[in-house]
Design a protein around this ligand. Sequence first.
Ligand code: GAP
Length: 535
Amino acid sequence: MDMDKLVSLCKRRGFLFQSSEIYGGLNGFWDYGPLGVELKRNVKEAWWRDMVSGHDDLATPAGAPEPYEMVGLDCTIIMHPQVWKCSGHYDLFHDFMVDCRESKKRYRHDQVRGRWVEYNGRKIFVATQSGGEEGLAETEAKALKFFGLRAKNAVQLEWKSPLEPLTSVEEFSQTLGPDAKELGTLTPPREFNLMFKTYVGALSGEEGAAFLRPETAQGIFVNFKNVCDSSRVRIPFGIAQSGKSFRNEITPRNFTFRSREFEQMEIEFFCRPDSSPEWYKYWRDRRYQWYLDLGLSRERLLLRDHHKDELSHYSVGTADIEYAFPFLPPGEFGELEGIAHRGDFDLRSHMEGKLVREGDKLVVELGADGKPRHRGSGKDLSYFDDERKERYVPHVIEPSAGADRATLAFLCEAYREDNVPDENGKPRERVYLKLHPRIAPLKAAVFPLVNKDGMPEIAEKIYRDLKRHFNVFYDAKGSVGRRYARQDEAGTPYCITVDGQTLQDGTVTLRDRDTLEQTRVKVDGCTEEIRERLR
Ligand code: GAP
């Protein structure tokens, strides 16, 4: 699928707009239009319903070791600055970047790659931002240009390495930057803090400094005791939260995939340390299935366990759910959600202070003065297990998803083109979004075939009846073919048309977006029929 076509459809039909577009836009920020906001809300609501409000506390779901409870939270975006110091974000939440003095572009150090090539005794590293075949073609074209060779002389280039990350190159004097014509224009990598800083209250000095949250998870950890004390939850249980997070990404790109303001849907699941590996497996599989159930195809969805050397120092296991986004080279996948076994790292950090690994153990990191580098709250966040009569710090499994990335994946998966006959039987190219009805912005559209003969009155009544239950749309403008086309592009699963026959037998046509099948349904049965089909 051509990503440009999806981007253009999203703008044309009001799914997504660039933020502040009339002022030239702001890189890394996106606005959801009238259809987009419904789609994203449906994604978030499906997550909340399936994970929290619809969860049966009494049953043992398939694959779970035992029944468990789920509750929710809605925490503030700005929290006490100590939260980020103890969580490790303050010290660690940075990326390294390199700037190009020639092109004035900025790149994430770990996202640039390239190959070593030699010609006439001169060896250089040709860098690119592309991977796979595209990366190979790009580096070859750049090397030919640099050495002043024609394409037919490509065989004279001696390639000394496959595509490898820029992080493997020690210094850049012999490196040709991704957008540079000369060697050695890249600066050494520099640290870049990804947290947005702001000031609380009238003071603009460091005393008032605070951060916009880079994840929703910490709000859950710091409220763990409040939730335990105020509700009757017993371990094992999960706390869910969805909301905005902010990261000052160095290279926001790929539409909404890497944005600076985005929404997360996170669960912190608290369990006994000895059963945490089983819970980790349960959540990993449960979350993978969730995307499949909402329409992502198994061929494009990957559940990838991290290698041991990819794991955070506190993690027993982490898996990513990844999607083959069309903007990535073939064979590459982008992260939709991470499921991490976090042990007792987070609760202990907020009790004792920022932790670091020492051998097999997590210990409080000390500053030069021998005191904790970042002091914890000192509050007891351990849990007394009534059943086992023992006290412990619960272990945590964290399924952490991105609402914008999930929405983007559903849009990419849904985009379809086909050829269908129009009202006169002539083949017409059609673009449609095959969205799962649960997340489709509109569930149905209602049309009077013509704006006379009593048809609008019947159509309006059907519209109003449906509107009481579902988000539906009334459209009386243009040819019925154009109206169908508009709804196909919006991903509306059903269209109901009031026509001449309606006046005779009280039935309407119900058209299915995917099969194009048209069936006749009683006017009074429309709501029930749509309800049944959406089930
Ligand atoms: N609490 C764990 C955590 O935040 P993460 O892998 O950094 O983990 C979780 O983020 C999810 O949030 C990602 O899988 C992704 O879906 C989403 N996400 C992270 N950074 C993002 C960004 N810059 N733009 C859009 N979504 C992002």
